[in-house]
Structures are given as C-alpha cells and as structure tokens.
Design a protein around this ligand. Structure first.
Ligand code: PLP
Length: 402
C-alpha cells in the first residue's frame, strides 16, 4: 500500500493525477467475481426437471399464471424475512421496481395524494428511494440518521401531521452508513401513533443476509411488532437477490400483512398475467432454502471483507488528519464519510480530477441537497483490490488537500 506523505499530500496528489487513472467507484455493484458465484443459475433448467416439477405441484412454469410467485420461492423469502409465506409477493428483476409499484399503488388507490402526502427520508440515505418520491411528486422530509437508526423523536413528532404518509427505512446495513436499526428504534416505529391512517413504513431490507463480519444481525421483526401495536398494515417489506445472485436478473419480493397485502395483490392481478417463473425455478434449485442462501453469502463475504478492511485501514490512517469521520460497517455495500462541512463537493470534484469517480456529493439527501455539504458515499465492492487501493488513496488525498 503506497504510504501518503502527510507533510506533502499536494505533491503526491499531483503525481497520482499524472497517472491518468480511470476508476469508477460510483455505485455499489457486486464485482464480476461475486456475480460469477451464481453461474449455476445461468444454465437453463432441463425440460425433464420442469416436467417433474409440474407433475409434483401442478404448476406449469412454462406458461402464464402464478402471479405472486412459486410457493418454494415464497418460502425462501419467508425464511429470509422470518414472516409467513402468505404475506409474500415475489417479483423479478429489481426490488426498486416493486418499491416504485408499491408507492404508485398507494397513490392510485387513493390512499396517498401527489403533491401532498409527505414521505420521511432518513438521510444520508439511498438516492433511488428519493428519486421515486421526486418522480411521483411526494414531498420529502429529511430525517437525521444516528447509528441506531433515524432520529425517532423527530419521526414521532412529524407523524402527528396527517399529511405525513410514509417513511423509507433500510433497517439493516443502511445505505450508505451500514448502520443497523436498534430494537428500540424498530419498536418505536411500530408503536408510534400516526395521524395518517394510511401511514406506511417502506421497509427496504435489501441487506438482510449481507454481513461480512460477525453474525447476521437479528433486529426486532417489524411485521409482528406492528401487529402487536394494532398496526398490521403499516410495513411494506422489500428484499432482493440483486446482491445474492445476479443484479438486474434476479428475484425480489415485497411482503405485507392484511389489509396492505390485499391492496398490493389487487394491483398485481391487473398489472401482469404472470412473472418469470423460469428464473424463480432456477433460484429455487440453486439456493433451495435459507441455509443455501447463507452458505452462498459466506462466499460473497470472503470477497467483500478484504475490500472493506483495506478501505478501513486507509481511511483510519488519513481521514482523521483532515477532520473527516467515516463508518466501518459489518455488512452492506458502502462506507459513509463525513468531511468537515462545506467540503464534500470539493472532494468529489478532486477525485474526478484524478480519474476516480465517486457518487455525487448530495446524492444521499432528498432533492440532492446535503444541508452541510459533508456526506460522501464510498463504494468498495466493484473494484479489484489494486483499483480499490488507488481509489482509496486518491480519496484520502482529495480529503487532505480539499
Ligand atoms: N435497496 C437498497 C437499500 C440498495 O442499496 C439497493 C442497491 O444498491 C437496492 C435496493 C437495489 O435493489 P434492486 O437491484 O433489487 O432494485
């Protein structure tokens, strides 16, 4: 690892610029090595296996039908989320697609109103959640994040406003910090009174099995917790195989209890005549159950762990010198950096000057506006170890010289 001369980071930065690097560290994508772990899914299932499945279950996966998913796929999602398979609706391709649909369904079914229904957005957060609200004209309210989850005093206060209709949550390994909501936070979200009877928690559990250090987090289960407090329809849960199998060609799900799941199913019946059951079948055969998923995720963890360790080592050495702080998550896909206020945009621009693309500063806030211009999302997963080392060094130099 090239040591940075803290006495003269400017000289080192100029030298690196001369290398004309071209490294894209903007999005949290799994590396090719990770995706290759699921090569077994790419082979088309032999016809005799499809026929055997049909003989056993009566379901023809080569034809229409089975709108909300194959039973075995629902079972795998139910095991991952620790919920009932009856609450699961399986989808294909991208969980963001289902999130967009769920939000649009709230509007189309008259429960939320465009231009009026406000959505609470813990931030720094996931830019694509915010893009859905912006596109569908749902005003967003920024909620500060803490290591235990969103600022709950503020959430409870705002929930008294009848126009506050929902909230984005990434309860495990939040994007970008990698924080896990505390049990207290989850209990308060489940129990709090809301003035809007159609208030929904958009519970994006994208990183539920994505730990690369320590044990799998086991936070309080939101569905039974909401039920206990008389709010069974409050959460709409999402999860995805995007970072388990093949991003963009995977299986995903949304899940909810009554009455919410009925609203979502009704829309699905009007929307489609059936999902891609071949892909579900391939996932079922490849992963089989939660144990299969977890064994597979250990292989992902082995690839991701050294990358996050490298970033942690570099950032620990150099960022405190510049008054910047950063997270050291045990899972998920990102490291969140806080520069001193007013410096994030400058750092990202400097990285670009040196050939390293980082997610735009501000992207982690609603409307792309970080009130302090201090948060930056760093994504180590996609790069090779060599590229990552160079990108991390450029990043540290950019922070030191900005
Ligand atoms: N949710 C979160 C919190 C994410 O960070 C990501 C990807 O970065 C996704 C969802 C995307 O999932 P999918 O590919 O299933 O749309």
């Amino acid at each position: 690892m090239g040591a940075i001369n803290l006495q003269n980071p400017t000289a080192r930065f100029s030298a690196i610029k001369d290398k004309k690097l071209s490294i894209d560290a903007t999005r949290g994508k799994p590396s090719m090595q990770q995706v290759a772990l699921s090569d077994g899914i790419l082979a088309a299932p032999p016809h005799h296996e499809i026929e055997a499945y049909q003989a056993k279950t009566g379901i023809d996966i080569l034809n229409y039908g089975g709108n909300d998913g194959l039973p075995e796929m629902k079972n795998i999602f139910a095991e991952i989320l620790d919920i009932s398979p009856g609450d699961v609706i399986v989808g294909g391709n991208s969980s963001l697609n289902m999130m967009f649909d769920a939000v649009a369904t709230m509007i189309l079914s008259g429960l939320w109103v465009q231009g009026k229904s406000k959505i609470l957005c813990p931030s720094p957060g996931y830019d694509r959640h915010f893009a859905i609200c912006q596109y569908l004209d749902l005003p967003m309210i920024t909620i500060p994040m803490t290591p235990n989850g969103p600022d709950m005093d503020m959430v409870e206060e705002l929930a008294r406003d009848p126009d506050v209709a929902g909230m984005w949550c990434v309860p495990v390994f939040s994007n970008p910090q990698g924080h896990v909501y505390s049990d207290e936070t989850i209990r308060r979200l489940a129990a709090m009174p809301t003035a809007n009877p159609h208030f929904k928690l958009l519970w994006d559990n994208a990183y539920s099995v994505h730990h690369f250090q320590g044990a799998r987090p086991a936070p309080v289960n939101i569905l039974p917790e909401c039920d206990k407090h008389g709010h069974p329809g409050r959460p709409i849960i999402f999860t995805s195989f995007a970072k388990i199998s093949v991003p963009g060609a995977c299986v995903v799900c949304m899940a909810a209890a009554k009455p919410t799941v009925d609203v979502l199913r009704k829309r699905l019946l009007a929307q489609t005549i059936g999902p891609d059951k071949i892909n579900q079948f391939q996932h079922i055969n490849f992963f089989k159950n939660l144990q299969g998923v977890q064994a597979h995720m250990e292989k992902h963890a082995a690839i991701l762990r050294p990358k996050f360790e490298l970033v942690n080592e570099m950032f620990s050495k150099y960022l405190p010198e510049a008054g910047a702080t950063f997270t050291s998550p045990d899972g998920g896909y990102f490291v969140s950096v806080e520069t001193p206020p007013g410096h994030a945009k400058k750092v990202v621009a400097k990285c670009k000057e040196a050939g390293v693309l980082i997610t735009d500063a501000g992207a982690t806030f609603p409307y792309g506006k970080d009130p302090f211009d201090s948060n930056i999302r760093f994504a180590p997963s996609f790069l090779s170890m060599d590229e990552l080392e160079q990108a991390a060094e450029v990043f540290c130099l950019a922070v030191l010289t900005a």
